[in-house]
Design a protein around this ligand. Structure first.
Ligand code: 8YV
Length: 311
């Protein structure tokens, strides 16, 4: 019998095809054609951007799995999930390299002002003047806020650029040679590039605030491809306007895809539309892992990648 699932957000066409081939009946939560379907749905599928709150879960009495096609699941109300004995899966590992690649691309882009230089050539400005001098990335000090899978992958890339590496996390990692800080402002004061690599959660909400930005200082750059919620965005906009920091490169924002117009007007920023994992290869690998989690759930087999709280 075909299993009935609900897609919480739009999914890529190739994933919809995988679901159809897997004989799933997929309902779209914004256009449920059959109201009776709500009680037939046993699993939800969404992305890292999906909001799954208590209100939605209360409408779905028989949901027992939430399969997130993404590593972050900060949009899922974990208290409601626990209460309803639902299991959540996600897709860690398969996107680590892409996210680290983009993080490093953002470091290079803001440090060397690559998008601005591209615009300079396209606008014909080169004819009148030489492009501004930028700042050296090789050998500059890199600080990581968080040292999980993605933090480690960024550190590996930074090592190849001879960057001294330091990190802030709850506990030091015994296997790593990098300098450890137990708080973010102290780390920020010692680095040129501060890269956010922690998951979005209540614990990390606004971890990057005015104090951190002041510590990072006039020569420092902030890079965020983790979650918009980790940064106090109005405080960042103010710091960028007042030149409290040198610049920021951001792939994630509050209230995506609506990006603060003030931020969009600034010259000392590089902005990308939440694309850290958005390569053909990785998005297919994420979709395949999500399908494996779904299949394992219906086969009553061991789930490949449940989130830590559900292990
Ligand atoms: C995407 C992400 O937003 O994995 C995450 O947590 O933020 C991204 O990979 C998304 O989940 C794509 O499906």
């Amino acid at each position: 019998m075909a299993q009935e699932i609900l897609q919480v957000t739009p999914l890529p066409t190739f994933m919809m095809q995988m679901l159809q081939q897997g004989d799933y009946v997929v309902h779209d939560h914004t256009h449920i054609k059959d109201p009776g379907a709500l009680s037939k749905v046993t699993a939800l599928v969404g992305t890292g951007a999906s909001k799954v709150d208590k209100k939605l879960l209360m409408m779905l009495p028989n949901v027992k799995l939430i399969a997130i096609c993404g590593v972050g699941y900060d949009g899922v109300d974990m208290a409601a999930v626990k209460e309803k004995k639902i299991v959540v899966t996600h897709t860690p590992g398969v996107l680590t390299d892409d996210v680290a690649d983009l993080a490093f691309g953002l470091v290079l882009s803001i440090g060397r002002r690559i998008p601005q230089a591209d615009k300079f050539v396209r606008n014909g400005d080169w004819v009148d003047d030489a492009f501004m001098l930028t700042h050296k990335v090789s050998g500059a000090r890199l600080g990581l806020v968080g040292m999980g899978r993605i933090g480690r992958a960024i550190a590996k890339r930074a090592s190849a650029f001879d960057m001294p590496i330091a990190y802030a996390s709850r506990t030091p990692k015994a296997d790593l040679p990098y300098r450890f800080y137990d708080n973010v402002p102290a780390l920020a004061a010692e680095v040129d590039y501060l890269v956010v690599a922690v998951p979005g959660s209540d614990d990390t909400h606004h971890l990057i605030d005015t104090e951190v930005l002041m510590a990072l200082g006039q020569k420092g750059y902030l890079i965020n491809m983790a979650r918009g919620s980790v940064v106090n965005q109005p405080a960042l906009v103010q710091a960028l306007k007042d030149k409290v920091i040198a610049g920021a490169a951001l792939d994630v924002f509050w209230d995506e895809p609506m990006v603060d117009p003030e931020l969009r007007r600034l010259a000392n920023v590089v902005l990308t539309p939440h694309i850290a994992s958005a390569t053909v290869e990785t998005r297919h690998a994420m979709a395949a892992l999500t399908m494996q989690n779904l299949q394992a759930f219906y086969d009553k087999a061991v789930l490949p990648t449940p989130v830590p709280e559900c292990q």
